[in-house]
Structures are given as structure tokens and as C-alpha cells.
Design a protein around this ligand. Structure first.
Ligand SMILES: [Zn+2]
Ligand SMILES: [Zn+2]
Length: 207
């Protein structure tokens, strides 16, 4: 049978080339916030690490194509420019059981914006103080520096000022899982924008 549009030999209906001409495969327009301080990026309302490794998933989830086309494989090369990532995508796909390859050039916009953790840290904000009173000095493996606004050496240990209460509790839970004694005390710290707010102290002690 011949393609009704171009006359090329085809199994049925439009040939692949004519079909793709009418039903272009594209990439949705994407804009990612990236944090200049920690290099994380926002995708689907979450801050994620390592954009390079994530890129294939972003491409896969944002390809737009006719339902008769099944994407089989995605290969791509990407290059980061100042405020965008340019991507050359090589797609292997199927149209009515027939395999074909096609190229697609697209880009993802980048918008530099400090994430909440980094902006809190740089303004000195904190929600909790982790009071380490243990022999072992906490390292970056124990307390992620991204959540630390300040560290103070105090009698018997260190106070870590933590930007997120949730993270402080998680960290304490890790220590408690390793046998350390932990305890949390609510502490009123003041009024902000007419609202009372609390800051918490969580102590971590030797078993
Ligand atoms: Zn055709
Ligand atoms: Zn950040």
C-alpha cells in the first residue's frame, strides 16, 4: 500500500515520516529552579540532588507524543549554558509496530533561586538546637552542613543550630538508634510577625 500523502510504500495508512510531520514529538516546556548555594534543583515541588543523573527521568516524563507512538529508548546529550540546558535527544520509538529513530532538540530553562534551607542558613535562622554532649565530635556525615546555620563550642560539647526541626529530629533519632540518650524540650523563643514561635532544644548524650 502507498502512503496517501507522499506515495511512499507503507504497511498501512500514513508512512512514518508523514505521520510524524502531522504529529510531532516534543518536549513540554520545563523551567527548573536551581539553588546556587547547594546545587539542588526543584522538580515536582521537591528539591533534588544531581541534575545530571535526573535528566533522563525529566525527559521521559515530559515527552509529548501521539498515543500511537511508543517510546522505546531515549539517548541524549546535554550541555548546560548560563540559564538553560540544551539537549539533543535521540529517540527509538515504534509506530504501529514499526520501529523508527528520530532526533529532537530541546532545552530546559534554569532559574537560579536559593532553596529554603540555604536561605534560612544564610540569614542565621534556626528552628532547633542540637546539643551534642558526647565524646565523638559530629562530622558532616552525622549532621548535613546544609541544615546548619551555626556551630558553637560550649562546655561539654557542641551546639548545632539547625534550620529545620524535622531534620534535627531525624538526626537525633539516628543517634538514639545508635544507643545515645536524646531528649527534646520546647522553648519559647519569641514573637515573629505577630506570632509566637518556638525553638526546640534536643540534647544528645552518652548512653
Ligand atoms: Zn508519507
Ligand atoms: Zn540550597
Amino acid at each position: 500500500m502507498l502512503c496517501p500523502k507522499c506515495g511512499k510504500e507503507t504497511s498501512r495508512g500514513l508512512c512514518i515520516d508523514c505521520f510524524l510531520e502531522d504529529n510531532q514529538i516534543g518536549l513540554r516546556s520545563i523551567k527548573l529552579k536551581t539553588c546556587p548555594s547547594c546545587n539542588r534543583f526543584m522538580y515536582r515541588s521537591k528539591w533534588n540532588e544531581n541534575l545530571d543523573r535526573f535528566l533522563e527521568r525529566i525527559i521521559r516524563e515530559n515527552l509529548v507524543h501521539h498515543p500511537d507512538i511508543k517510546i522505546r529508548a531515549i539517548e541524549f546529550e546535554s550541555e548546560e549554558k548560563r540559564n538553560r540546558i540544551e539537549i539533543d535527544i535521540n529517540l527509538t520509538a515504534e509506530y504501529r509496530g514499526e520501529k523508527f529513530e528520530t532526533m529532537l532538540n530541546s532545552s530546559i530553562k534554569l532559574e537560579k533561586r536559593q532553596c529554603r534551607d540555604c536561605s534560612r542558613r544564610s540569614s542565621g535562622y534556626y528552628e532547633a538546637i542540637l546539643q551534642f554532649r558526647i565524646k565523638e565530635i559530629p562530622t558532616e556525615k552525622d549532621v548535613d552542613p546544609r541544615y546548619v546555620s551555626k556551630v558553637e563550642k560550649v562546655k561539654g560539647g557542641f551546639d548545632f543550630y539547625i534550620t529545620s526541626l524535622r531534620y534535627a529530629r531525624q538526626t537525633a533519632a539516628h543517634y538514639s538508634g545508635r544507643g545515645y540518650k536524646t531528649g527534646e524540650s520546647p522553648k519559647q523563643a519569641g514573637v515573629r510577625k505577630g506570632r509566637r514561635f518556638y525553638r526546640f532544644s534536643i540534647s544528645i548524650k552518652e548512653p
